[in-house]
Design a binder for this molecule. Sequence first.
Ligand code: BTN
Length: 248
Amino acid sequence: MKLRLDEVDSTNEYAKRLIADGWSSEELSVVTAQYQTAGKGRRGRQWVSPPGTSLILSMFFKAGVDNDKCPMITLLAALAVRDALAGFGIKTDIKWPNDIIIDGRKICGILTEAIPDKEYLIVGIGINLTCDAWPEELADKATSVFMATGECIDEDALLDAIMEAMEGYLKDFRENGDLSGLVDTYNEALVSVGRQVTVENPQGAYDGICEGINSKGEMLVRGEDGEVTTVYAGEVSVQGVYGYDKEK
Ligand code: BTN
């Protein structure tokens, strides 16, 4: 099912209501909107985009995987968006786990939410296509496809390409039960491989060199003592990305 709305609070919330009302399908379904009045970002943040400037969508589907594997689905969505944009000649990188960036600035965010009692997953995606003005605090962190490349992409065609790519990645994931078939593909897309990163988690912050992800989607970081730690959550800043620069 493909459902198009003009305005909604949040496409993720809309999908949640559909599922709570008994929606059921074996297919990958999607709801899109031109504008969200209460768009949600990760970590309780807002996601704001002026009307008609973004591709805003939430894909939803029967998860078919254990709850603890759900965070990995987010990484699949990042790959699907990257592939879809590549089909239009737009080259992007991924900032772990799921930001899509061009020249170190974010063009796309992904928010995955699980509905465990219904065994559904909702993958919300916002892609800045034509937006050209940002609040001051985002000015050196965000961009849009048009600002970065001068390209205008057909939204419907991009949506179809994302859905098709996601179906392929979900198939691989379900066959393997993890990301083992996709680690190399993801690491090729990952902007931080071989670069200095700062990991911030509730225990504190530490620096290291990113060595890519493992088959669970965790980021491997080699610290100054040579020890490799796996990062499964937390903020990771990458040197040269979003205005972060250790030399400053
Ligand atoms: C992030 O913080 O980077 C994630 C942003 C996710 C935004 C998308 S837009 C479509 C969907 N609906 C929402 O309310 N949020 C997601």
